[in-house]
Design a binder for this molecule. Structure first.
Ligand SMILES: [Zn+2]
Length: 187
């Protein structure tokens, strides 16, 4: 029987979907890519399919993820970017050799240099992180209002007033907490 792992949270922004593979960083953290195979699964869902992944490659992925999280958090609160995080992001970006491919249907697809090249996939994620942290894309980095989460997310709402990294989880929980608090005071 296959072990059950926490589901992935899917977003529209590759870099913050990736940092969202570890949630509740300020509470009881949930690791959503605990094994190399789960990273393979996550990459496939995000258009970066690889055939295999080693433990060392998973560890590199975690390192990149936490570096993106640290840099994106600093950018969201307009703090100086941590130098070590910037270094890891840049190293991953430089190492990646993925090519953007335009399909006949007009879509972009990534072609990795080999089927087992997790580093190429991480390079694409690092480049995506660079584009949002550098402020090149239409949107704004912000931190989730949930005290146990505080994930950095990319707000593309028109008013730029989104409060939660994910409406279905953090947003919903907050709504329920408020509802229960109201019930208590009305009693
Ligand atoms: Zn959140």
């Amino acid at each position: 029987m296959r072990a059950r792992f926490p589901d992935f949270r899917l977003g529209n922004v590759l870099a913050t979907s990736f940092t969202g593979t570890l949630t509740e960083r300020r509470g009881n953290a949930v690791e959503r890519i605990p094994t190399p195979q789960r990273l393979v699964d996550w990459l496939a869902v995000n258009g970066l399919a690889v055939e295999s992944c080693t433990t060392a490659q998973l560890e590199l992925a975690w390192e990149l993820r936490e570096s993106i999280h640290a840099a994106a958090t600093a950018a969201a609160i307009q703090d100086a970017l941590p130098a070590s995080a910037v270094q890891v992001i840049n190293d991953c970006s430089i190492q990646g050799r993925a090519a953007a491919i335009l399909t006949p249907e007009g879509n972009r697809r990534w072609r990795l240099s080999s089927a087992s090249c997790v580093e190429d996939a991480l390079g694409v994620i690092a480049a995506d992180a660079i584009s949002i942290i550098a402020g090149e894309r239409d949107g704004k980095l912000a931190l989730c209002a949930s005290p146990t989460c505080q994930a950095a997310f990319f707000d593309t709402s028109q008013s730029r007033t989104r409060r939660w990294c994910d409406m279905n989880t953090c947003g919903n929980r907050q709504k329920k907490a408020r509802f229960n608090a109201n019930k208590r005071t009305n009693r």
